[in-house]
Design a protein around this ligand. Sequence first.
Ligand code: ADP
Ligand code: MG
Length: 348
Amino acid sequence: MSELEYQEGRTELNAFGEFALIDRLTDEFEPCNPSTVKGVGDDCAVIGDGKIKTLVTTQTLAEGIHFDMAYTPLKHLGYKAVAVSLSNIAAMNGTPRQIVVSIAVSNRYSVEALEEFYAGIRLCCQRYDVDLVGGDTNSSRSGMVVTVTAIGEADEAKLTYRSGAKLHDLVCVSGDLGSAYSGLLILEREKVTFQANPNFQPDLDSYDYVLERYLKPEPRLDIVKMLGDAGVVPTSMIDVSDGLASELLHICKASQCGCEVYEERIPIDYQTTRVCSEMSQNMLPVSNALNGGGDYELLFTIDQKDYDRVKEMEGVHIIGHITEQGLPAVMVTPQNSTITLVAQGFRD
Ligand code: ADP
Ligand code: MG
């Protein structure tokens, strides 16, 4: 069979989860350049021959999948598209420097709309001292698709991979979890109500925190700085884009270990709790934290020797510890029962 001949048979895309699909597609790519330090499999690729490594990551947001124009202000969308890419640089303990932005847009969008979108991009670039250095502009038949590629750097001594967690390390997470997904639930609810009654004026003021978390997430570069200032290099790190459960499983798989986290230690904002109780009696805030996603917080592990330095850090919560290889990733409830974590992931 010639190399370009098609294989027989057809497997539907939904037969694979996202990660199994990436594995299958990239499995046979072996890096051939010595400067490719880390290829597929972490939050960023790591490139370079020197002590300061270059980090590269790319993220796509597609209309109808990742955002809904019914409730997404374009300025927020521009900000978010940059922020989610920078979050992957933060997850390597790195510093972002440049972005390139590719857009495909249909003629439903006006020049003014795209200017608004770019105002959001500019705001995020200014906020994090990042330069827009290029991109690509195309037309699209179905809505808008945005891809932001971020380039950053990190001293190799400070680089953190998903794979460095070791037995007895402490598991830490920044900020709070489940709030972005709670914001999305509110926006979806208000959209349905508005469709039923276009005169309806949603009252969103009391949900300001969760809405902002969904519409305008921040990359936790402040946490990267705080760790650096304290002289702490995490043993492993990942950003929480798909929910705590999925990210813990990534760390455990890459680091060949298990972990135990304590339910009552998982940080959850009161607005998240309120949204859950409003939505349904059966909706538990911890489920949003485990499976909601979109929070873009940092999940990392530290050596026990760094406990004293990390325990006082504002916005950092120690939620558990790493267990032996072969053990599962579990959550211990306040009643002391153990739940094995499975990745349900975000709808993204
Ligand atoms: P993250 O959630 O941190 O953005 P992903 O789950 O999207 O990470 O991707 C996991 C890894 O797989 C990353 O190293 C990413 O670069 C790589 N990857 C994702 N999609 C593709 C693809 N289509 N081709 C090659 N590599 C991919
Ligand atoms: Mg990531």
